[in-house]
Design a binder for this molecule. Structure first.
Ligand code: ATP
Ligand code: LTN
Length: 330
């Protein structure tokens, strides 16, 4: 029996270099060895205010991008979170086994509350109970994510263990799968902050949909330092180290090989090479995503089939959980 993977990305904006290198690249790499569920987290996306038409469009585009990245819908279950009711149902139950104090310690909650001071809603606070439900409802063994999701995986494990401790073995306690290279891509403009779609500085974030021209410009302007030496030192040289990490992740070369390749050469050369490596990584995906996006009937068949397959498994877990906690069977 193959082990199970679940992961997802919020449909709160466009996919970028961080979400590609930190998450999706590994989804593709692991797809053959595992039974995989890859989700579009639209329920999570509305913890921040979204424009309805834009949310729908982003969701569709993101499905096309999942497929274009190499996730074959015949072999992976690709689905939209809100299409599978069991997520919301289990999230409610798990919320009753998640502590206020635990949620208060989540750094993502603290960061997002600081960024959205006018909308610190209950969904933003209980976000991790829903994420735990996403994972536990499929009894997933492994969750490939970027480094920023480590804490959410820890709380998921705690919730699973707590529930199992009270009701007997129910959930699989999942492991995070965090890549060695690319787990934390930093902003090109502010290399001490994570690259993110909510990045406020233009050029800090590189999107999967960006043209080669836009990508080249973003790397040309990337913040570095005055030493003019391509050397990995995350503390002293965060900008250059981030570029080395990006180059390594896109080309498969190690940091040491990258240092040797660019030894004695200026930052101009290096930045151009990193931009080219990213462009070549993104080009086939971008072109394929555009082609798929034009075929709405195909996209519909992908997410409908995905939701059906996912619901069958997820509904069974909810039934099991409802029975264990003592809900009367209908
Ligand atoms: P937001 O800015 O709305 O919080 P985000 O840009 O951080 O979003 P998500 O959609 O939350 O991106 O993340 C999707 C996946 O990509 C997660 O697994 C996350 O850990 C990973 N990821 C996001 N940003 C990075 C990054 N800069 N480096 C590596 N992995 C990342
Ligand atoms: N919180 C994640 C998105 C997400 C997720 C999940 C990731 C929602 N549910 C379940 C892995 C497993 C993020 O991208 N910020």
């Amino acid at each position: 029996m193959k082990k199970t993977i679940l992961s997802g990305i919020q449909t709160s904006g466009a996919l970028h270099l961080g979400s590609y290198l930190g998450a999706i690249k590994n989804w593709v790499a692991l797809a053959n060895e595992y039974g995989c569920y890859y989700m579009l987290a639209d329920l999570h996306a509305i913890t921040v205010r979204q424009d309805p038409a834009a949310l729908r469009e982003t969701t569709l585009r993101q499905i096309a991008q999942y497929v274009a990245c190499g996730l074959d819908p015949e072999r992976n279950t690709l689905f939209v979170q809100s299409h599978v009711r069991a997520h919301a149902e289990l999230a409610w139950v798990l919320g009753c086994y998640t502590m206020f104090g635990e949620l208060s310690r989540m750094t993502q909650f603290k960061d997002k509350s600081a960024k959205n001071a006018e909308n610190i809603n209950a969904g933003l606070f209980t976000y991790p109970s829903l994420m735990a439900a996403d994972i536990l409802v499929y009894k997933a063994d492994l969750v490939p994510v970027g480094d920023d999701q480590r804490q959410h995986l820890e709380i998921t494990r705690d919730i699973a263990q707590r529930f199992n401790g009270i009701y007997g073995d129910t959930f699989v306690v999942p492991d995070a799968y965090i890549p060695k290279v690319g787990a934390r891509i930093m902003s090109l403009q502010e290399p001490t902050a994570k690259m993110s779609k909510s990045d406020s500085s233009p050029g800090g974030c590189v999107y999967l949909t960006d043209s080669p021209d836009v990508i080249a410009k973003a790397f040309k302007r990337a913040v570095t330092d005055s030493e003019a030496s391509v050397r990995y030192d995350a503390e002293a040289k965060p900008g250059v180290s981030n570029l080395i990490e990006i180059y390594s992740a896109c080309t498969g070369k190690t940091a040491a090989e990258t240092e040797t390749e660019f030894s004695g050469r200026g930052y101009g050369d290096f930045k151009k090479a990193v931009g080219d490596a990213v462009t070549e990584t993104f080009r086939p995906i971008r072109e394929e995503a555009e082609r798929i996006l034009a075929d709405r009937a195909y996209l519909e068949s992908v997410y409908r089939t995905g939701a059906e397959k996912a619901s069958a498994v997820a509904d069974a877990t909810v039934r099991e959980v409802y029975e264990k906690v003592g809900f009367l069977a209908k």
